[in-house]
Design a protein around this ligand. Structure first.
Ligand SMILES: C[S@@+](CC[C@H](N)C(=O)[O-])C[C@H]1O[C@@H](n2cnc3c(N)ncnc32)[C@H](O)[C@@H]1O
Length: 241
């Protein structure tokens, strides 16, 4: 679905501005499960599509000894992720580059595993994202996504409003599976609960235990984020903000 950007700041902008390392339902618990499901083993070459701040790519390299390439549309995310990989001492095994998930800048069959954590539903053409993920994985390799699904009936207007505010487009669970099939996925394995429980949404900090929305940002981070997401005053430059 094409989002219109009518609700600023977008979720991507919030992630960029705040200190949150990861933002997807299920938090790091979902990332841990993604690594297990992907069957990562030492030496594999993994592509993390829409790698954001790089937290997951770094986690996979440290946890499983894999080599990870992250790709993200945002230059700012790529810079932040590259700095984090260097700080974590894994820059030799984890690299990031700019690119659009709907036109991945890689040869076909390049990766053993291709992961996308909660960003298939963000670009306008989610089918193109899945087609591309299936194209760049080697024959017999694994593609793993986690995505939001509708759990209760909602009208088209409600869905549109929620997709705009949430920053991604949830679909019915069967729709994701059908799209994976159209992209060429063979053996599709599906899990839902317990990893996507909404109460786990807030567990997004790797550096602290987060039990609720109020604990995601420290008071100082909240204040900084509030200042940075407010609309610019007329004539105000970004340096003055
Ligand atoms: C919700 S965040 C998820 C980031 C990371 N996977 C995580 O779980 O923390 C969505 C990410 O998708 C990226 N993104 C949005 N549209 C994209 C596109 N067309 N191609 C590649 N990345 C994109 C954003 O820049 C952002 O980093």
């Amino acid at each position: 679905m094409k989002r219109n950007g009518t609700h600023e700041p977008t979720i991507e902008r919030i992630i960029e501005l705040s200190g949150i390392e990861t933002l997807h339902p299920g938090g790091m618990a979902m990332t841990r499960r993604t690594g297990e499901v992907a069957g990562l083993i030492v030496g594999m070459h993994v592509l993390d599509v829409s790698s954001g701040r790089g937290t997951q790519a770094i986690y996979y390299a440290q946890q499983y000894g894999v080599d990870v390439t992250g790709v993200d549309i945002s230059d700012e995310m790529v810079r932040t992720a590259s700095r984090s990989a260097a700080r974590a001492g894994v820059a030799d095994r984890v690299r990031f580059r700019q690119g659009d998930s709907q036109r991945l800048p890689f040869e076909s069959g390049t990766f053993d595993v291709v992961i996308n954590e909660c960003a298939v539903g963000i670009p306008d053409d989610s089918q193109a994202v899945l087609d591309e993920m299936l194209r760049v994985v080697r024959p017999g390799g694994a593609v793993v996504i986690h995505e939001s699904t509708w759990r209760a009936p909602a009208t088209a207007t409600e869905k549109e409003e929620l997709a705009e505010r949430y920053g991604t487009t949830p679909l019915d669970g069967t729709a994701w599976v059908e799209m994976l099939g159209r992209a060429g996925a063979g053996d599709v394995h599906v899990e839902s609960d317990p990893w996507s429980r909404p109460e786990m949404f807030w567990n997004v900090r790797v550096d602290r235990s987060v039990r609720g929305p109020g604990a995601v940002l420290t008071p100082i981070e909240k204040a900084r984020t509030a200042v940075r997401v407010r609309p610019a005053r007329q004539g105000e430059t970004s340096e003055q903000r």
